[in-house]
Design a protein around this ligand. Structure first.
Ligand code: ZN
Length: 187
């Protein structure tokens, strides 16, 4: 039996969130375990989507649960957004890596995505509305692009104290001296 994985959500401004993720090449049990643990984390945190960098993995893996019902779950591995279309819509986006922050973000309504499933079989589909929105948000994570980058200057100002608080918390958890800094340098 595969070992049970458990993930925590990596919070802004952890530098792992800024890394560009690598394509998945092995469609094996380890990948299945990662996806299962990502879904478990997403549900526990009451999220509707999660990207692998948010659990500290630089892999191009997204899980989505747009309705909360298992039948609507989506797994997108090595996704490529090949087209974006439709009206540009404004939506209050949240992110598990930015707890408590919801910011207005403008994105096109629809996107066409090529990806593969857990077995490496290719998939292509167009997504719109809430699902299209989540995919575009999660896809950003694979490129190291974060909610804060999508905020207008006004939104950034509105959330400045909450963002500063996350930075303060991150620094407090990681003192600038000691073994942790050494580990970070090697990473
Ligand atoms: Zn996010």
């Amino acid at each position: 039996m595969a070992q049970q994985l458990e993930f925590e959500v990596v919070l802004y401004p952890d530098p792992v969130l800024r890394k560009v993720s690598e394509p998945v090449r092995a469609f094996d049990e380890a990948l299945q375990a990662v996806v299962a643990a990502m879904f478990a984390r997403m549900r526990k945190s009451k999220g509707v989507g999660l990207a692998a960098p948010q659990v500290g993995l630089r892999q191009r893996v997204l899980v989505l649960g747009p309705t909360g019902e298992e039948k609507d779950d989506l797994i997108l591995i090595n996704p490529i957004v090949v087209a974006r279309a439709g009206d540009r819509t404004v939506f209050d986006e949240g992110c598990l890596s930015f707890p408590g922050i919801y910011a207005e973000v403008t994105r096109p309504d629809r996107c066409t995505v090529q990806s593969v499933d857990l077995t490496g079989r290719p998939l292509e589909a167009e997504y719109s509305g809430f699902t299209g929105r989540i995919i575009q948000h999660e896809y950003d994570h694979l490129e190291g692009i974060l909610l804060v980058d999508r905020m207008t200057p006004a939104e950034k100002l509105k959330h400045k104290s909450a963002l500063d608080e996350l930075v303060t918390r991150y620094k407090r958890a990681r003192p600038p001296e000691g073994p942790r800094r050494e580990a970070a340098r090697q990473g």
